[in-house]
Design a protein around this ligand. Structure first.
Ligand code: B1M
Length: 212
């Protein structure tokens, strides 16, 4: 296949084309992780750039998002097939007010591949549901994703709610997503920050002392 066909199909929001090209690449022996980092994620970044520049509008974001989610269902089993030993339990979700879940799903899939048991609370998750989930599942880690500058404060709300509920000491909290920075993570009292999805797995392992 041509090197940029997959990238271009994401930009067109062409789900069928994306699936066909990704399948072709996988059948041809392409590495799923590389496909993600070199072609799919950069294509989504370009969609975001065009949106910011006023060249794309919400329908294009939606179409590209749909195509990306579809291809992730294809790629996910390949990422999650690490066969790693059980590393710990994670409750993951996108914070309240935020509907972006592609990055969160990717982090979840990679953690799963790294041997973690995942409880995915979905998107637009209020702080009270994170607290409930911590009580219910007894995770080692709570993983929060946010993609909007306007929903960043909801991460602090979750950390504060965990403290108020008296469960903060029993879990590590990691945060990530495009607008999140290490400085912000430190400021809200999170235990860890990872810029990308792949780094989140090592971070999680380091925090709970699981072997690599
Ligand atoms: Co939205 N959106 N969007 N959008 N969208 C962004 C985020 C934006 C940057 C686009 C832009 O203007 N350039 C911008 C935010 C600006 C800002 O706040 N600074 C934006 C906006 C403005 C909006 C709306 C407000 C648009 C509107 O309605 N006017 C609206 C908000 C809706 C809401 O949430 N309440 C909106 C809606 C949407 C769609 C629903 C249409 C769709 C999402 C579909 C979906 O997720 N199911 C969408 C999309 C597709 C995007 C862009 C184009 C792509 C996001 C994506 O999936 N990227 C995005 C632009 C961009 O990111 N370049 C944009 C691929 C994904 C793999 O990357 O999610 O960043 P990402 O995850 C990365 C890292 O961030 C990290 O790992 C991943 C892999 O490296 N990561 C973690 C993520 N979570 C992590 C957690 C961790 C660790 C790492 O530990 C726990």
């Amino acid at each position: 296949m041509q090197p940029d066909a997959l990238y271009a199909a994401i930009l067109r929001g062409d789900t069928k084309g994306v699936l066909a090209l990704a399948q072709e690449a996988i059948d041809g022996g392409s590495d799923a992780g590389e496909m993600l980092t070199r072609r799919l994620i950069p294509a989504m970044d370009e969609v975001g750039r065009r949106f910011e520049a006023g060249e794309f509008f919400v329908p294009e974001l939606l179409l590209a998002g749909r195509a990306m989610k579809a291809v992730l269902t294809l790629v996910r089993p390949l990422l999650a097939s690490g066969g790693a030993e059980r590393a710990g339990k994670v409750v993951i979700g996108t914070v309240q007010g935020d509907l972006h879940d592609i990055g969160k799903n990717l982090v979840g899939a990679l953690l799963e591949g790294g041997g973690f048991e995942i409880h995915d609370l979905g998107v637009d998750v209020p702080a009270s549901r994170f607290v409930e989930a911590v009580r219910r599942y007894g995770p080692d880690l709570v993983a929060l994703s946010a993609l909007l500058t306007t929903t960043l404060p909801a991460m602090k709300t979750v950390v504060d709610a965990l403290c108020a509920a008296g469960v903060r000491g029993s879990v590590k909290v990691i945060v990530g997503g495009a607008p999140v920075t290490r400085e912000y993570a430190d400021r809200i009292g999170a235990d860890g920050y990872s810029e990308g999805a792949f780094g989140a797995v090592q971070l999680a392992r380091n925090l709970i002392g699981a072997s690599a």
